[in-house]
Design a binder for this molecule. Structure first.
Ligand SMILES: Nc1ncnc2c1ncn2[C@@H]1O[C@H](COP(=O)(O)OP(=O)(O)O)[C@@H](O)[C@H]1O
Ligand SMILES: [Mg+2]
Length: 321
C-alpha cells in the first residue's frame, strides 16, 4: 500500500544560499506526488534530504511515522532514481540490477532479477552492457534496479528528461502504470509541467525554498494562489489586470470594457492566441477562433478573474513599459 512521507520544517542552505526554507509536506500512502519547479529551485536537494544523502540544517523527515532524519541512506529503504541513472556502464544489465541485492546480501537474487526484468520488459537485454542499450532502456534498467530491493518509497529525479520526445511520451505512461501496479508512494521531480499534469495525483510547486502551492494540476492552472504560479503554470503566462488574473480562454472578444492593440496572432492547432498591449502597456494574450492583424484594436470582456492571495508585483513580462 506504500508508505507515508512527512517533512517537518526542513531548512537547508549551501553557504549563503538558502535552498529549502522551513518546508513542511505530507505525501500520502500510494500517492504519486510531483515536485515541480524551474531549474535551481532545490528539487534535487529536497530528494537528497529525503533519501539521506544530504542532511537538513534543521527539521525532520518521517517515513511511515518513524523519524529517519539521522539514519544513513542504506537504513531508510528508499529507492532513488537519478537523472543520469547512475548505472555502471561496463557492467551488463543483469549485474546492474543484481548489484543492490548483492550489497545487501539478499537471497534469491536470480529469481528477483528475472522477475523485475519481465515486469519492465527488459528480459532480452539482460546480458547487454549499459553502453550498448538506448536511453529509454537505460531508464527502465534504473527503475528495475530501484524496484528489485522492494523499497518502501520511490524518489525519482527527472528520470525522463534525458529521453527524446517520443520515448519520453511512452515512458511517462509506463511509469504511471508501474506506480499503480506497485501501489507504492512516488515522489517525482520535474521542471516539465506536462509531465506534472500527466503523472501527479498532486503537484507541489517549489519556489523560494517552499511549496508555493500544492494541489492537483487543474487547480494550479485554474486557481493559482499567486501571480508567480499563474505565470509559471500553463502554456501562456496568466493575464493580469489590476493585480487580478485571467486565462486567455476566460475572455470574450468583440465588445467589453477592455481593449488592446494586437501585436501578433499565433496559431495553435485550430485556434489562435492573440498577443496585444493595452494602452498602459499591459501585455495580454487572448484565445480566439480567428486571427487578427497587427495594429488592430480588439475589445474584450473577462468572464472570470482570479484574486491572488497576497498582493504581489506582477511578473516582469507584464510590467508597464
Ligand atoms: N552541493 C552543493 N553545494 C553548493 N551548492 C549547491 C549544492 N547542491 C546544490 N546547490 C545549489 O542549490 C540550489 C538548488 O540546487 P538543486 O537542488 O540541484 O536544484 P534543482 O534540482 O531544482 O535544479 C542551486 O542554486 C545549486 O547551485
Ligand atoms: Mg535537479
Amino acid at each position: 500500500m506504500g508508505n507515508k512521507l512527512e517533512l517537518r520544517n526542513i531548512s537547508k542552505s549551501y553557504g549563503r544560499t538558502k535552498v529549502i526554507d522551513n518546508m513542511s509536506l505530507e505525501v500520502e500512502e500510494g500517492e504519486f506526488f510531483v515536485v515541480l519547479g524551474p531549474s535551481g529551485t532545490g528539487k534535487s536537494t529536497l530528494l537528497k534530504i529525503i533519501v539521506g544523502i544530504e542532511q537538513p540544517d534543521s527539521g525532520k523527515v518521517f517515513i511511515d511515522g518513524r523519524d529517519v532524519t539521522r539514519l544513513p541512506p542504506n537504513k531508510r529503504n528508499l529507492a532513488m532514481v537519478f537523472q543520469n541513472y547512475a548505472l555502471y556502464p561496463n557492467m551488463n544489465v543483469y549485474n546492474n540490477i543484481a548489484f543492490p541485492l548483492k550489497m545487501h546480501r539478499i537471497r534469491y537474487i536470480d529469481r528477483k532479477v528475472k522477475e523485475v526484468a519481465a515486469k519492465l520488459n527488459i528480459t532480452e537485454i539482460l546480458q547487454k552492457k549499459i553502453y550498448q542499450i538506448s536511453g529509454g532502456q537505460q531508464q527502465r534498467v534504473a527503475l528495475a534496479r530501484a524496484i528489485v530491493r522492494n523499497p518502501s518509497m520511490f524518489l525519482l529525479d527527472e528520470p525522463l528528461s534525458n529521453l527524446d520526445a517520443r520515448v519520453r511520451y511512452t515512458a511517462r505512461s509506463e511509469l504511471k502504470k508501474l506506480q499503480q501496479e506497485l501501489n507504492q508512494t512516488f515522489v517525482f521531480v520535474t521542471h516539465d509541467q506536462k509531465e506534472a499534469e500527466a503523472l501527479g495525483d498532486r503537484v507541489g510547486v517549489l519556489h523560494n525554498g517552499v511549496f508555493e502551492q500544492v494541489s492537483d494540476y487543474k487547480d494550479l492552472y485554474e486557481k493559482p494562489k499567486t501571480a508567480w504560479i499563474g505565470d509559471f503554470v500553463g502554456d501562456f503566462p496568466i493575464n493580469i489586470i489590476d493585480n487580478k488574473g485571467f486565462r486567455p480562454e476566460w475572455a470574450k472578444i468583440g465588445s467589453g470594457k477592455f481593449s488592446m492593440t494586437v501585436s501578433l496572432s499565433e496559431s495553435v492547432s485550430d485556434v489562435y492566441f492573440i498577443h496585444g498591449l493595452m494602452d498602459d502597456g499591459t501585455g495580454i494574450i487572448l484565445k480566439s477562433p480567428k486571427p487578427f492583424g497587427s495594429g488592430e484594436v480588439v475589445h474584450f470582456s473577462v468572464e472570470k478573474f482570479i484574486e491572488f492571495k497576497e498582493a504581489e508585483n506582477p511578473p516582469q513580462a507584464f510590467s508597464s513599459v
